[in-house]
Design a protein. Sequence first.
Length: 433
Amino acid sequence: MAEQLKAIKGMNDILPPDSARWEWLEDTVRRLMRRYGYQNVRTPIVEPTALFVRGLGEVTDIVEKEMYSFEDSLNGDRLTLRPEGTAGVVRAMNEHNFLYEGGRRLYYIGPMFRHERPQKGRYRQFHQVGAEVLGFPGPDVDAEVILMTAALWRDLGLTVGQDVRLQLNSLGQPAERLAHREALIRHLEAHADQLDDDARRRLHSNPLRILDTKNPAMQPIVEAAPKLMDFLGEASLAHLHAVRAALDAVGVPYELNTRLVRGMDYYNLTVFEWVTDRLGAQGTVCGGGRYDGLIEQLGGKPAPAVGWGLGMERLLLLLEEVGAAPTAPAPDAYAVVLAGAPMATVLHALEGLRAHGVCVQLHPQGKDGPTSAKSQFKKADASGARFALVFGPDELAAGQVTVKPLRDGGEQLQQRLTDMAGWASGLARASAS
Ligand code: ATP
Ligand code: MG
């Protein structure tokens, strides 16, 4: 036999029955987006490498070491499998002049790629849902994008403040960050002997990221570091205050975490993360914030923006952990076909039932026609269907089918195929309840 090929490490197949949970999550997301008036965008998986280098910043984890980049063998172009969704959405909006007529509310669902060490909740191909609001400067939309994530958790059966907790911060404006950055570098330089290699390397390139360190030995220096919050001016503080007031009014609990920074350089003002204690080290389920400089940085007409991205794998792990993920739905009915029943008539009947909204699964016949009734009923039972539809030659000749309840008892009935409207919806309703 030929050697079997395997999927790439850190890239997973999503198969039944798990795929049903993915569909359920996607359906829930789409309904949420419609309620909030967000439109779907689908951008390419592959983008010019320069888009992410310029968009995310050279000294970010993603650009420094996580990107899948390669050369197009035909023309030598530098290309990258998208590691996140925001840069591509902004590129597309710029390219198609979508922001000239005002703002946009957009969302996407799709795969992202990062060359990381695979572990629970961290993969090399993973999937994100993201929302981006482009063209609006006010704290109202910051609050809206946070509130919609809270609504999503509720839709999915998670308890806000318990299963997932909101962390909020403000990164201020570039000038405020610069003043803070200088004070921060002075502080870190004064403790240079206590910095680890990573921190020393970033001291002048990206000192803010040092505050994000997971190294316990550096916690004291980080704790004592000057806080960006103390460098924020009146306008930045007012913006944060407005977001907080909206969250308070709606009753979404949050924690002000003045040390929260995000992995990408493009954020300003509002940043937030939804975290959970139930997934170990991979505790961030969703992160986002305002990125007013990015559209211009990527060559567009200056326009403000705010958005978030959530990791679907992590969210599904969390949903399983708390028992909120549904199992795959069973069909309403399973079609058992007895020897001698004309196949074309059976298929015609099943099409009619499906047109009436019945989820019905056909038992496929073997090489020599229908398998034994006993084996078919076994499969019918295993399918989880509530009804078996028995198609026998005599019944079909009389224009009838036998409907046999498989779960909750009840009587076996002969139903007329010409009169489906009268009874088919009863089969569909049974499993919808
Ligand atoms: P982390 O700190 O865990 O590496 P991040 O800050 O790099 O996360 P973002 O770039 O903000 O993550 O992406 C948004 C979300 O996408 C994360 O909160 C997480 O849920 C998910 N995510 C990020 N990287 C991965 C990955 N390699 N595998 C699975 N999910 C991921
Ligand atoms: Mg990361």
